[in-house]
Design a protein around this ligand. Structure first.
Ligand SMILES: [Zn+2]
Length: 107
């Protein structure tokens, strides 16, 4: 096996698991999943489309049926309810001594 494996910089972004991303970093220091390729919209049309979508998303979130989403977001950052449930389930399993849960939480 060659001695020069794994010498290139890693991405290092925080993953959903909480561990640093191990993917190869591109020129800007992040991998292709964590912003290595995209710098956001560059054309004026693209920037306008992006702003329109942001306004649409904010308007949707402001509707009354999304009150619980807003409450959860305010309480837990922008984690989704599903993610919060998963996290609580994981904590319960870890408290019961589940080896996989302990491993995932790095305990
Ligand atoms: Zn990455």
């Amino acid at each position: 096996m060659a001695g020069r494996r794994h010498t290139r910089a890693r991405c290092g972004a925080r993953t959903r698991k909480g561990t640093p991303c191990q993917a190869m970093a591109l020129a800007n220091g992040r991998c292709r999943f964590h912003g290595g390729l995209s710098c956001g919209p560059t054309t004026e049309a693209g920037k306008q489309r992006s702003r329109r979508n942001l306004e649409k998303a904010r308007a949707a979130l402001a509707r009354p049926e999304h009150a619980s989403t807003r409450a959860a977001a305010a309480k837990k950052g922008w984690a989704t309810r599903r993610r919060i449930q998963r996290r609580l389930q994981l904590a319960r399993l870890a408290a019961e001594g589940d080896p996989m849960a302990l491993l995932l939480l790095g305990m």
